[in-house]
Design a protein around this ligand. Sequence first.
Ligand code: ZN
Ligand code: ZN
Length: 91
Amino acid sequence: MKTVYRRHNCTNAHHTFRAMAECIWPHADSIDGEGPYATVTCCPHSPSRSAVTVRLHDELATAQAKFDEIGRSGCSGRCTGNHDLIEFRQS
Ligand SMILES: [Zn+2]
Ligand SMILES: [Zn+2]
């Protein structure tokens, strides 16, 4: 199990965790959901480019379950296991 806690520091005020996620991953392919826990996958979706997808969760248990699921079954056909589970801390 891999857990990463990222404290996000920037000068912008984010009113939602989603806004924070969009600030951290401006080039994400997709950002879904809302909440302080994020499952992030950075595996390639095609041979030429990797893609970042972010799913936000209300509860750590939900995020952990999702993280375990993509760890077992892979996030895509080209999964390389490049996944993070991140807890946001609003400062
Ligand atoms: Zn920010
Ligand atoms: Zn993957």
